[in-house]
Write a protein that binds this ligand. Structure first.
Ligand code: P6P
Length: 337
């Protein structure tokens, strides 16, 4: 099959947006460039002096690994140099990063990102990922502002993730389907490998950290027991798979079907995953692939954000599985939603 690179694909698809003057295309390419640099460092993490803690903690109070910082710096630098982005929100930074320079003065977009999600897995050689979300700015001029990031997930113009696993893949959507690109290091290009990705209506995998079982809402407990029951017709029991890296778990489910759940727990009474730069972009992608994403009751993309680091319970994957757990939540855990 003739190779089609990310750059060629983006240009080709630009025709889908007749008014586009290429800014979003250039922004997506900027993300791809940074992803290649992060790939290079992630793939030699065991060798370079980037393993282990920096001794610092990020604004989440989590121990920060050097690769988190490296990845954050790479994506920020690429976006600042690319000229299409007027502000950045990052999991690694408490405040938004205004982008004010000569090349960005007419920038139309803002980018929210988790530069390296699942970074606790780096030292044990388990897949990690970058997640990004793109909005058109609503502030009028100058650097972007907080309000640009507090738009509902339905307002995203693009979303994507990079998974640094057995291979490095970039998966993204601009609202016209989902396409996956695999990095070919021998030519340094992301090449189209998974065109028009679609998730199975009903998978056979459920992904949740059952270590927190006692603290789960009753609706989640009922769903877990449902997954474990013998029932040939609905291919149960399902398999339990939990990598501890949301990008990896959700990517697997996108390809083979399944559901990922991070509900409220005693440690995270609002849920652990972040709405703006984790749940909204992943939900946009999975919905575009035919899946669903809720907070257990409401569609993630309809949630009204209040702050850039806010958390939400997260139920995402095969649509029939999201519906089944939503029914359990309505029956056993309904709150005045
Ligand atoms: P736990 C990684 O830190 C992360 O944000 C997600 O990628 C992952 O799914 C989750 O946290 C793992 O959290 O509490 O199960 O270790």
């Amino acid at each position: 099959m003739r190779i089609k690179t990310l750059g060629q694909f983006i240009i080709e698809k630009q025709a889908d947006f007749p008014y586009s003057k290429g800014e979003l295309s250039r922004l997506l390419r900027d993300m791809g460039i940074a992803a290649k640099i992060v790939h290079r460092e992630v793939n030699k993490a065991g060798l370079a002096d980037i393993l282990g803690m920096t001794g610092e903690t990020n604004i989440q109070g989590e121990q920060v690994k050097k690769l988190d910082i490296f990845a954050n710096e790479q994506f920020i630098a690429a976006l600042q140099a690319g000229g299409e982005c007027c502000a950045i929100a990052s999991e690694e930074n408490e405040e938004i990063i205004p982008v004010v320079n000569e090349v960005s003065k007419n920038a139309k977009y803002v980018v929210a990102m988790d530069p390296l999600d699942g970074s606790s897995n780096i030292d044990v050689n388990v897949s990690v990922g970058t997640i990004f979300s793109v909005y058109r700015r609503i502030s009028l001029a100058g650097a972007g502002t907080n309000e640009d990031f507090l738009q509902r997930g339905t307002e995203q113009v693009a979303a994507g993730y990079i998974i640094y696993g057995s291979s490095t893949m970039l998966v993204y959507t601009t609202g016209k389907g989902v396409n996956g690109f695999t990095l070919d290091p021998s030519i340094g290009e992301f090449c189209l490998s998974h065109p028009n990705m679609k998730i199975q209506k009903l998978g056979k995998t459920y992904s949740i950290n059952e270590g927190y079982y006692v603290h789960f809402p009753d609706g989640v407990k009922k769903f877990i027991k449902y997954c474990q029951e013998e029932d040939v017709k609905s291919h149960r029991p399902y398999s339990s798979r939990y990598i501890g890296s949301a990008v990896a778990d959700i990517h697997r489910n996108l390809i083979t079907g399944g559901i990922f759940i991070y509900p409220i727990t005693s440690q995270n009474p609002q849920g652990k995953l972040r709405l703006i730069y984790e749940c909204n972009p992943l939900s946009f992608i999975i919905e575009q692939a035919g899946g669903k994403a809720t907070d257990g009751f409401k569609r993630i993309l309809d949630l009204e954000p209040k702050s850039i680091h806010q958390r939400t319970p997260f139920f995402i994957g095969s649509p029939d599985m999201v519906d089944i757990v939503r029914d359990f939540m309505a029956k056993y855990s309904a709150v005045n939603v």
